[in-house]
Design a protein around this ligand. Structure first.
Ligand code: NAD
Length: 303
């Protein structure tokens, strides 16, 4: 089903992540041009260890988009046999390189590596993924010079650009991962635009999930399981943001599967006021926010 076909039907207004991501990239283009005039070219280096095919696609897309915006996008590809010490030495070199403003080590790393130690090795000022404990702390404290993880930052950008009034609203985040759920909640409780919410975090041990989602003005699902949130769990008029990307078998689809979110789209859109589709909702925002973080890293470095 195309976005246009979905739009024609009854129900919730669709939040178009493809269009918002494009708008974010357009804004970045002029920022990059302005920095270029001062002799600064924002540089993002992505490190990919091993051969994970999904990661390879994602990494290519990051490099391509950064180059399109006039930034310097580089990818360092290392074999799966790379040692922890070799990867740490590479990070040290990137930390010291003034032309590199953002460093991203693509997850998952091969099993013999300790991802936590690697994340802590990256200079927090270049940690555009926002996973270094210094940036996690800054996010919680509300210090603006840190970097928020890209997917929850993308969700907040969608709320802001669609004019969702978040102040004083009940937001229910489902999922407590360090990548999505926890930073999402940390963003929404801050004072500011696209925030000021009263936040509840639900997770796999939450009792009676529906009792929480039903009173939410904003539901953000980051569960990683297909179509858990159904229309009967949504309060009429609520804003529903679906972070989930799940493959479900579908013999009629060319690839033998289709992508669905953590929300049961068809039932939820009958009740919600606004809703993100999957694909085409939150997904496209992640790379846009990564580049936004990188441009700010370059601006803050001032060189
Ligand atoms: P995760 O597996 O690390 O976390 C899932 C969370 O959901 C856990 O905290 C768990 O407690 C909770 N959970 C599981 N089952 C539940 C249930 N039945 N009821 C309530 N809570 C439950 O996953 P993640 O990394 O946070 O990602 C979540 C989803 O978002 C995945 O589908 C992932 O593919 C997707 N994702 C998308 C993007 C993007 O759009 N660019 C980025 C990151 C993650």
């Amino acid at each position: 089903m195309s976005l246009a076909e979905v739009e024609e039907g009854a129900g919730a207004r669709l939040i178009d992540g493809v269009a918002v991501a494009r708008a974010v990239r357009e804004d970045l283009k002029s920022e990059v041009a302005e920095l270029a005039a001062r002799g600064i070219v924002p540089g993002l280096t992505v490190v990919l260890v091993g051969e994970d095919p999904a990661s390879a696609v994602y990494v290519r897309s990051k490099e391509k988009t950064s180059v399109e915006l006039g930034m310097k996008g580089a990818t360092v590809r290392l074999p799966a046999s790379t040692s922890q010490a070799e990867l740490e030495a590479l990070i040290d070199r990137l930390n010291a390189d003034p032309a590199v403003h953002g460093i991203l080590v693509q997850s998952p790393l091969p099993k013999h590596m300790d991802e936590n130690t690697i994340v802590r090795r990256i200079d927090p000022a270049k940690d555009v993924d926002g996973f270094h404990p210094v940036n996690v702390g800054k996010l919680l404290i509300g210090e603006k010079d840190g970097f928020a993880p890209c997917t929850p930052a993308g969700v907040q950008e969608l709320l802001v650009r669609y004019g969702v009034d978040t102040t004083g609203k009940e937001a229910v985040v489902i999922g407590r991962s360090n990548i999505v759920g926890k930073p999402m909640a940390a963003l929404l409780i801050q004072a500011g635009v696209g925030a000021n919410c009263t936040v509840t975090i639900c997770h796999s041990r939450t009792k009676d999930l529906a009792s929480h989602t039903r009173r939410a003005d904003i539901v953000i699902a980051a569960i990683g399981k297909p179509e858990v949130i159904t229309g009967d769990m949504i309060r009429p008029g609520a804003v529903v943001i679906d972070v989930g990307i799940n493959r479900v078998p579908d013999a009629s689809a060319p690839k033998g599967y289709r992508l669905v979110g953590d929300v049961h789209f068809e039932s939820a859109r009958q009740v919600a006021g606004m809703i993100t589709p999957v694909p085409g909702g939150v997904g496209p925002m992640t790379i846009a926010m990564l580049l936004k973080n990188t441009v700010r890293a370059a601006r803050q470095a001032g060189k």
